[in-house]
Ligand binder design. Structure first.
Ligand code: FES
Length: 105
């Protein structure tokens, strides 16, 4: 499935992900700027924060308790559509998933 990362200037990077990747792992493997994944997906760094485009929110699964806490405490600008990229698993259904990458803190 394709995942599209939109940087703060509006530039779109389209990446070929595998089902089972996360928004974070696909970004890191493809060198997408602004998504670091420092903790390796263990819900402790928030360097994978993205804003989902609204049409993908329902398809992307529930926010877990630990993710909820880290979004509250660890990100500069939490929005309704905020997710930790490491907690959003790419599926074939999510083909075309488009996320905005927050500007550097
Ligand atoms: Fe650290 Fe997602 S990679 S919280």
């Amino acid at each position: 499935p394709q995942v599209v990362y939109v940087d703060p200037s509006g530039f779109r990077r389209s990446v070929d992900a595998d089902a089972g990747d996360t928004v974070m792992t696909a970004a890191v493997r493809n060198g997408v700027p602004g998504i670091v994944g420092e903790c390796g997906g263990h819900i402790s760094c928030a360097t994978c924060h993205v804003w989902l485009r609204p049409e993908y929110v329902d398809l992307s699964g529930e926010i877990g308790d630990m993710e909820e806490d880290l979004l509250d405490l660890g990100v500069a600008e939490r929005r309704q559509t905020s997710r930790l990229g490491c907690q959003v698993v790419i599926t074939d259904e999510l083909d075309g998933l488009t996320v905005d990458v927050p500007p550097p803190a």
